[in-house]
Ligand binder design. Structure first.
Ligand SMILES: Nc1nonc1C(=O)NCc1ccc(Cl)cc1
Length: 242
């Protein structure tokens, strides 16, 4: 997979590319990430990339030409141009899965008060939001998108296992514990010390369903539960809806 990040602040990605799992996945050659400085594509002698908004209003708007030239430089037939903004489709694992199958992603990072709408309307394939809050630019959202996608590439996660069952079946994860057995007088649930794998699996399934029902009932709306899971959920509702 190739990822080109169009940004005014390429330096912010330097440590990101070297950091932890991202660096390892890049070293494995599973993805190449290029930082393209939009300012390099500004034609005017002052290297301007922003200007005042038509119609007035606060702040500055990113000019269309430098962005268009940068996109034209990197885009090929199999490219998808993604613009990160609060107006985009909110990212979830399903969308991440879909994007992880693309060959070439071009991530456009905006800054200031916005980018000229003619870019969004005519040259952006997909607008994505990482959540309903406002940041100063698209760079951090781009990092969130990159990490969520590249960890799914075949061979990305060697021994570090990503939790197949809890992430992909859409349920929240079960609680995790490690040594010591007793911490500040707090002990680990006995079942986890029993070595009874059947009971442990049942306990974990119960905890995932309970966590999801109590913390994110909305997630249950679009999950296909097995009969077994439905039975457990029914018990949980009786227990907590009293
Ligand atoms: N929430 C989000 N999810 O994706 N992006 C955001 C976000 O706040 N971006 C800030 C931002 C700021 C200026 C411009 Cl021009 C574009 C995007």
């Amino acid at each position: 997979m190739r990822i080109d990040v169009l940004t005014l602040f390429p330096e912010i990605f330097t440590h990101f590319e070297e950091w932890s799992i991202i660096g390892r996945i890049i070293d494995k050659g599973l993805v190449t990430i290029r930082k393209i400085n939009i300012r390099d594509f500004s034609e005017d002698k002052h290297k301007r990339v922003d200007d005042y908004p038509y119609g007035g209003g606060p702040g500055m708007i990113m000019k269309p030409e430098p962005i268009y030239s940068a996109i034209k430089e990197v885009k090929s037939d199999n490219s998808k141009v993604i613009y990160l903004s609060p107006q985009g489709k909110v990212l979830n694992q399903q969308l991440v899965n879909r994007l992880s199958k693309e060959e070439h992603l071009i991530l456009l990072c905006g800054h200031y008060e916005g980018i000229d709408n003619r870019i969004i309307e005519n040259y952006v394939d997909l607008e994505i939001s990482i959540g309903d809050y406002v940041l100063t630019g698209g760079e951090i959202p781009a990092m969130v998108l990159i990490e969520s996608i590249i960890r799914l590439l075949p061979g990305a996660l060697g021994k570090e296992s990503y939790k197949e069952e809890s992430h992909f079946n859409g349920l929240l994860e079960y609680p995790q514990y490690t040594r010591p057995r007793v911490f500040n007088g707090l002990s680990v649930p006995e079942v986890l010390l029993s070595g009874n794998h059947q009971k442990i699996q049942e306990w974990r399934k119960y905890q995932s369903l309970k966590n999801t029902y109590l913390k994110r009932p909305d997630l249950l709306e679009n999950i296909q539960l097995t009969d077994e899971e439905m039975k457990i959920l029914k018990k949980i509702k009786e227990e907590f809806d009293r």
